[in-house]
Design a binder for this molecule. Structure first.
Ligand code: GLY
Length: 395
């Protein structure tokens, strides 16, 4: 028996692969599957436009997963009948004032030197691609290979595929404890029921660190990072945006993004806030999101605002995912995907399930194992850990 804790996009993806391979899998979710970060996300698949300084190690994993999305979405459609709105127009990152322009030029040079396929556009060239862009857009970076999906459709499709493959799903059920004996996992406890398992996968997103039963070194250093979002409805006959668009942000919205879906919803986000498990919406959050979005795409001003919500990104101590085996036999990680959970879902599903089925640790997954945190525990690292552990957490 394999137990997966957490029915987000990664837990479901791993479970689907394992169930298809004929394994007995039970997935346990504290709420409804695919209704936490998977539902709250924007569905951007943008390893190139979103590549950050000092995150070069993540790039090969992110690029490979991005390449996998075409076949992953085809497979989801074949199995579930749901088209997950995989869109390949590409991504535009725009600058407004001179400071943004210079920062974007610097970013373009940095990304191009990493060998990424990006194009520099003048403001007018950007407006040829997107006529509703602000006249104030002074330059843009175009990333033709950064795509998007509708993450909510992906969640529904994956859930259907997992169940169709024979996976068991227990929703609205909390795992109270991971059970261990002599350095290996033996199962989980749910209330007063013990479920025996030879493998337990922790895929519980922002809640991954709060599961009892693990010694501190086997507990993934993951914390919630709040993101407030809104959706605007574009007119059916005239979607005012075709590409995913990124623009300059402000203090709590480091960069604004707008992701147009084929059903006319324009997803706009997001704040980045250290607020523990708080998911309340704030006037300031809404104001900063809408103002930054309006500055790059003024046409949103008259459109109906149809939804607002907040999600919790599972952020690890170094912002990279935590994948694969741990020093505890049978305990496997698939968590800490930070801002990249949708993007990294196909590679997480394949590499983690392959490890469980064959024992093979793929080279591309190796840098992201949990032991990187204990290996790098220098004095400075220890200080960083104490700081992280002191971030207030309300379950
Ligand atoms: N990847 C989008 C976000 O983290 O807001």
């Amino acid at each position: 028996m394999i137990v997966i804790i957490g029915g987000g996009i990664c837990g479901l993806g791993i479970g689907w692969r394992l169930a298809k391979a004929g394994r007995d899998v039970t997935l346990i979710d504290r709420g409804e599957a695919a209704m936490a970060a998977t539902w709250a996300a924007a569905g951007m698949l943008a390893p190139q436009a979103e590549a950050e300084h000092a995150e070069e190690a993540l790039l090969p994993l992110a690029m490979e997963s991005c390449r996998m999305w075409q076949s992953f979405s085809d497979e989801l459609r074949r199995c579930s009948g749901i088209d997950v709105d995989y869109r390949t127009e590409g991504t535009l990152v725009v600058a407004l004032v001179r400071d943004d322009f210079e920062m974007l030029e610097h970013r373009f040079t940095y990304l191009r030197d990493l060998g990424l396929n990006l194009e520099w556009l003048s403001g007018d060239e950007a407006r040829q691609k997107e006529p509703y862009l602000s006249r104030g857009v002074s330059g843009a970076l175009f990333s033709p290979e950064d795509h998007q999906v509708d993450n909510r459709l992906v969640g529904s499709a994956l859930k259907a595929c997992y169940i169709e493959a024979g996976g068991h799903l227990r929703e609205n059920t909390s795992v109270d404890e991971i059970l261990t004996n002599s350095g290996r996992v033996t199962g989980v406890r749910v209330g007063d029921q013990e479920i025996k398992a030879e493998v337990v996968v922790v895929a519980a997103g922002a809640w991954s660190r709060n599961i009892a039963g693990l010694p501190p070194e086997a507990s993934p250093p993951v914390r919630p990072l709040k993101g407030q979002m809104v959706a605007i409805q574009m007119p059916e006959a005239a979607h005012i945006l075709q590409h995913v668009l990124w623009g300059p942000g402000n203090s709590i919205v480091p960069s604004i993004y707008l992701a147009p879906k084929s059903d006319g919803r324009l997803i706009i986000g997001a704040t980045v806030e250290e607020m523990g498990f708080d998911t309340s919406l704030t006037a300031g959050g809404m104001l900063e999101i809408l103002r930054s979005a309006w500055e790059v795409l003024p046409g949103i001003y008259d459109l109906p605002l149809v939804e607002s919500w907040a999600g919790l990104r599972p952020a690890s101590r170094d912002d990279a995912p935590i994948l694969g085996p741990t020093e505890m036999d049978g305990l496997v990680m698939a968590t800490g995907h930070h801002r990249n959970g949708i993007l990294l879902a196909p590679i997480t599903a394949d590499t983690v399930s392959d490890y469980i089925l064959t024992g093979n640790v793929a080279d591309i997954m190796r840098p992201f194992m949990l032991d990187r945190f204990s290996k790098s525990l220098t004095a400075a690292g220890h200080h960083a850990m104490i700081y992280q552990e002191s971030v207030p957490v309300k379950a």
